[in-house]
Design a protein. Structure first.
Length: 287
């Protein structure tokens, strides 16, 4: 059912929305995962501060750590120590949308192999999944890297979650997830959905992020400027994914909502889909 899938979800927030995190208590539920994205000019201190606010509001923070921005090993140590002290027990390792690394880490696997996640007490790690490929990396290389990260993490005692880039129709994701399962990947797989947003903004973000064939769901249905300015919610996509999970138990483990700067709007939509009453349910750790 769609409501059950909605309850097995995470949502994204950015550091500029940190003042809205407490307001998420009106819509989200205790311990829900909130991924803390990394904006282009964001500092590590801002990431740590946002994680602390997520924890104080009763949620579970999962900060993004772009490895290509790490200038040296000490900086890796510092950020892992700081986000752990702020209350994070999971993190999302990404290469980052940067042509060249600023330090010794070009790929996520290079950080995973250091053993520093375990050193700082992390037993869970999220990594990116790309059901429709990547604009700058060959499909075979993407697939190899995804499988390698999942297998290495499992062998190292880490619970690995593959969180996908957002997409607009279920079929490419279902085929991708099925291929990973057939390859023996037992990691958690989480489907990335675009939260409620203007269609024109979704198109621009999708083209920038390299969303593949599913982008036609947007571009073929919204031709006029008036419709480009209208809002679109992923209701149909949620229905399709719930149907596919009923047909294929174990295929994937939940959904993640990209909020694109609309954290509270996305949280409100998610509460509605989960069919839970709209009331304050999360107790702040400072209350």
């Amino acid at each position: 059912m769609r409501s059950e899938l909605a309850r097995e979800s995470s949502v994204e927030v950015n550091s500029l929305e940190s003042a809205d995190i407490r307001g998420g208590r009106d819509f989200l539920w205790p311990g829900q995962k909130i991924y803390v994205s990394h904006l282009p000019s964001q500092t590590s201190a801002q990431t740590v501060d946002t994680c602390a606010k997520v924890v104080a509001s009763g949620f579970d923070p999962v900060p993004h750590v772009p490895v290509r921005l790490l200038k040296n090993e000490q900086q890796l140590d510092d950020i892992l120590s700081a986000i752990r002290d702020a209350g994070a027990s999971d993190l999302l390792l990404i290469a980052g949308d940067y042509a060249r690394p600023e330090g010794p880490y070009k790929e996520v696997m290079e950080v995973m192999r250091t053993g520093k996640l375990q050193k700082y007490g992390f037993t869970r790690v999220s990594v990116a999944g790309h059901p429709e490929g990547h604009p700058a990396v060959a499909p075979d290389e993407i697939r190899r890297a995804q499988v390698e990260k999942a297998r290495h993490g499992a062998a190292a005692g880490l619970e690995v979650t593959l969180v996908t880039q957002f997409f607009f129709e279920a079929t490419p994701f279902v085929n991708w997830a099925r291929d990973l399962r057939l390859a023996g990947v037992e990691a958690r797989i989480v489907a990335g959905l675009p939260g409620p947003a203007r269609v024109g903004r979704l198109l621009a973000l999708a083209r920038h992020c390299g969303v593949g064939p599913s982008i036609r769901v947007l571009s073929s249905r919204y031709k006029s400027m008036l419709k480009l300015l209208s809002d679109r919610s992923p209701d149909t996509l949620l229905d399709d994914l719930a149907h596919e999970r009923d047909r294929h138990p174990g295929l994937f483990d939940g959904i993640h909502l990209y909020s694109f700067g609309g954290f509270l709007r996305t949280a409100a939509w998610l509460r509605q889909q989960a069919e839970l009453p709209c009331e304050r349910r999360v107790q702040s750790k400072r209350s």
